[in-house]
Write a protein that binds this ligand. Structure first.
Ligand SMILES: [Zn+2]
Length: 79
């Protein structure tokens, strides 16, 4: 099990929400669930983060994704 924060995964600068998972894929799903909750609650900072992601070019999105994956690889196991 590894844990990253929402902001490590493209979330708002100040969001320290911890996202834990066994795999990088699961991490993405768990982070998405958290972001969806925030959007449903009308959180503007998460709306802005999502907009930034959608407005990025495919190339930029790939770079972001690679950076998240690197953070995941670098994170320590904490089970
Ligand atoms: Zn968040």
């Amino acid at each position: 099990m590894k844990t990253l924060s929402c902001k490590d995964l493209g979330g708002p600068e100040n969001c320290e929400h911890a996202v834990s998972a066994e795999t990088f894929q699961e991490l993405g799903a768990n982070c998405q669930a958290h972001v969806k909750e925030q959007l449903a609650a009308g959180d503007q900072k998460h709306q802005a983060a999502v907009a930034r992601m959608y407005n990025a070019s495919p190339e930029e999105q790939q770079k972001m994704f690679a950076a998240y994956q690197q953070k995941w690889e670098a994170a320590a196991e904490n089970n």
